[in-house]
Design a protein around this ligand. Structure first.
Ligand SMILES: Cc1ncc(COP(=O)(O)O)c(C=O)c1O
Length: 409
């Protein structure tokens, strides 16, 4: 089947406003009309006969969608469940893992705010200690590994009785929007016998995943970011080594206590939530079908990545700055971070972030996610099939105007 070329013309497949420049897909995602048809159909079925739907009919669909997700990320469907979002998945794991007072969790200062706050919660409620590794990008992958290894060794040397019980890290972090060497980190933590939790919120539909090969202990990913499902759909993977210990934050009827972490007998049923609207969970298959119809995962990934790289260069040239990248070019997948030449302003950091956020939405009908990292200002832009180089150029022009406005304000 002939498919129209990716770019602005693909916006017609999505319910996006005509004049909006959707250059930050990674933040909230978007889904096509082809998927909306399934949302409408499932909602109709649920409302026509709520008892039949909520007691029986959604079940085979849920299973089918879990199997589609598992096939994509190459894992046993029994090892994944659906959750509403990555924050929920992170909470399910962190709040049910049997941490003991004094246990340490290794994480990074780039950890996403919701996850960082959940870790902070654990310091109060479980009396765990956080070992935060500072990452100042652009970094080589080897440096991330070295800094992590040094932190583990340093903590072990301090007091061998206080264990690092978990390594928590991103596949692709949020701000900056860069790829972490999550495969090498998983391997490193395994060498020290430390369970690994990969926050892959941005990963599914963005980078190729192979969980069978990776073999993490825990992994979570939002389908509503890069996979084109409606919001409220994420997969949570728990290795068979720990399924007995992991329970949803909202406990329901299927709860069972397991002393043996390898007893996963109630893991899947415990994660079927009480009565909520489950239609987002049932849209993984339709989203994958749509993606297949327009070329498939590899073709989408290639376009998005090349656009992010070329668009990033284009905007950096317009601004006279640089893209956040390392010598082996592993930082950029479909999100690209470009330095902003902000110099003459008396505004606080908070005011600058908020200035770009609000004004870009309400005055320029786009969205500029602007943040400070390693003492410099950056903007994070995203490649997506409905965006093209002209959108990056238009965004570069908006950024130039806004910096002038900021410096004159
Ligand atoms: C790295 C990372 N982790 C977790 C999350 C949380 O995702 P959600 O808000 O869907 O729970 C995000 C959201 O952007 C993220 O970027």
């Amino acid at each position: 089947m002939a498919v129209k070329p990716f770019g602005k013309q693909f916006r017609a497949d999505f319910p996006l406003e005509d004049e909006y420049i959707p250059i930050s897909h990674g933040a909230h995602g978007s889904y096509p009309a082809a998927v909306q048809a399934y949302v409408d159909e499932y909602n109709r079925r649920a409302e026509k006969h709520p008892d039949r739907w909520h007691r029986f009919d959604f079940r085979p669909l849920l299973q089918e969608n879990l199997e589609r997700a598992a096939a994509l990320i190459k894992c046993d469907p029994k090892d994944i469940v659906f959750v509403a979002n990555s924050s929920t998945g992170v909470n399910n794991i962190l709040r049910s893992f049997p941490f003991e007072e004094g246990d340490k969790i290794l994480c990074y200062q780039t950890t996403y705010i919701n996850c960082d706050k959940t870790l902070d919660f654990l310091t109060h409620y479980k009396k765990v200690e956080l070992v935060r590794v500072e990452l100042n990008y652009p970094l080589e992958d080897d440096e991330v590994i070295r800094l992590t290894k040094e932190a583990i060794e340093r903590e072990h040397a301090k007091d061998s009785s206080k264990k690092i019980r978990l390594g928590f890290f991103d596949a692709i972090s949020s701000l900056p929007g860069v790829c972490m060497p999550y495969q090498a980190l998983t391997k490193l933590f395994r060498e020290y016998d430390i369970p690994s939790f990969v926050d892959g919120a941005h990963a599914i539909g963005h980078i190729e995943l192979n969980l069978a090969e990776l073999d993490p202990d825990f992994f979570v990913s939002n389908c509503h970011k890069w996979l084109f499902t409606p919001r409220g759909c994420a997969i949570l993977y728990v290795s068979k080594r720990y399924q007995g210990w992991i329970h949803p934050t909202a406990i329901q009827y299927a709860y069972q206590h397991h002393d043996n972490p390898m007893d996963g007998s109630s893991f899947n049923e415990e994660h079927v939530p009480g009565v909520i609207n489950l239609t987002s969970y049932l849209c993984v298959g339709p989203a994958l079908d749509y993606r297949e119809s327009i070329g498939g995962e590899e073709v989408i990934r290639k376009y998005n990545h090349e656009l992010a790289v070329q668009g990033g260069e284009l905007v950096a040239n317009m601004l006279g700055t640089q893209v956040m990248e390392n010598s082996t070019k592993t930082l950029t997948a479909n999100m690209v971070n470009i330095e902003l030449p902000i110099k003459n302003t008396t505004k606080t950091d908070q005011e600058i972030t908020s200035f770009f956020m609000k004004k870009s939405i309400y005055e320029y009908n786009t969205i500029l996610v602007v943040y400070k990292h390693n003492s410099k200002w950056w903007v994070r832009l995203c490649g997506q099939i409905y965006v093209d180089l002209d959108d990056f150029k238009a965004t570069g022009e908006i950024i130039l105007k806004m910096i002038k406005e900021l410096e004159q304000a």
